[in-house]
Design a protein around this ligand. Structure first.
Ligand code: ADE
Ligand code: ZN
Length: 335
């Protein structure tokens, strides 16, 4: 199974670039930028990665991102992740970035997007991994703040495919961002959002009906509402599920209790993703491997999950077909 997973062509659809920041790279970038971080070693950093909930994690995640200053920092961060994609048979990835995490500290939007984009272009050419970008608004900040970010993004609109909504879910319902999502859609961005990770099913309804989202990030709490499950299926909207994130943030106590298999049985379209791999103990393949073991998933299940990852990506139809054919060639040989 491990070998089957490692060579399975797949896409990653839920990934925060700031969450790929490995401690080793964090130290080296901090050093070249003359920034002191509060940990003395990689071991000390890793030991600090014990979280009781999403907010616990976010506090550390924003601290880590604060050493990113120059375009080259964003390039190195992104290229390092894309190399991991290449080695895991991730053929395509949809990368979320949080501009406000950086612009709030005085790093300009252009620095962030240029570094990330240059890495994506190089990865396409040198590693044959395709990617696109999702600009995520931080929901703990105001809608007005999100509007500032939207405006800053416009000169780079051609480099961005979608908008997302992340950060502290509880107490920050999707409805808070109604107007900025409307404006983002008018600019041509595809609307996506985290919903139902820690928040209630009502937040998922709002994300669907008010923000008009085309994909749900996480969505675990959909299962608490039968009508919602039916609606998500009816609208053919996929869930980007992140098993190791869920256990790390105690959204799910044990992987054996993870709802992924139940979601599939109900007819929901599910994908497997790493969310913030540097913080949650595993890249995307590790997520596949551990969830396969915990839930006793079959090769057919894994094939369906990989198929969904291409099918529900934001790629154009021709590119989707190409990747799906590659997957089918692999699967038929390995069935
Ligand atoms: N930002 C980075 N990872 C996140 C997650 N899992 N939920 C919400 N916001 C995030
Ligand atoms: Zn996420």
């Amino acid at each position: 199974m491990k070998n089957f997973i490692e060579n399975l062509p797949k896409a990653e659809l839920h990934l925060h670039i700031e969450g790929t920041f490995e401690p080793e790279l964090m130290f080296s970038i901090a050093k070249r930028n003359n920034i002191k971080i509060k940990y003395n070693s990689v071991q000390e950093i890793k030991a600090a990665y014990q979280f009781d909930c999403l907010q616990d994690f976010l506090d550390i995640y924003y601290q880590g991102a604060s050493v990113l200053i120059n375009e080259q920092d964003f390039y190195d961060l992104t290229y390092s992740y894309l190399q991991k994609c290449a080695s895991q048979k991730v053929r395509h990835t949809e990368i979320m970035f949080d501009p406000q995490t950086h612009t709030e500290r005085g790093v300009i939007f252009e620095t962030v997007i240029n570094g990330i984009t240059r890495a994506c272009n190089d990865a396409k050419e040198k590693l044959d991994v395709s990617s696109l970008l999702i600009m995520s608004y931080l929901r703990h900040l105001s809608e007005e703040d999100a509007f500032v970010t939207l405006k800053q993004s416009l000169p780079f609109k051609h480099l961005i495919t979608a908008v997302g909504l992340d950060s502290s879910e509880k107490g920050n319902p999707p409805s808070k961002f109604k107007s900025v999502f409307e404006a983002s859609i008018k600019e041509g961005y595809i609307p996506l959002a985290h919903a139902g990770e820690e928040g209630p099913p009502e937040y998922v309804w709002e994300a669907l009906d008010i923000l008009k989202i085309k994909r749900i990030d996480h969505g675990n709490n959909c299962l608490q509402d039968e009508a919602l499950v039916k609606e998500v299926i009816k609208r053919d909207i996929a869930l980007t599920v992140c098993p190791l994130s869920n256990t790390a943030l105690q959204v799910v106590e044990d992987l054996k209790d993870h709802p992924l298999k139940k979601m599939m049985e109900l007819g929901l379209k599910v994908t497997i993703n790493s969310d913030d791999p540097a913080y949650f103990g595993g890249q995307v393949n590790q997520n596949y491997i551990e969830v396969q073991e915990a839930l006793d998933l079959t090769k057919q299940d894994l094939y369906e999950l990989a198929k969904n990852s291409f099918q529900y990506s934001l790629l154009d139809e021709a590119s989707k077909q190409q990747y799906l054919e590659e997957l089918d060639v692999y699967y038929v040989g390995k069935k």
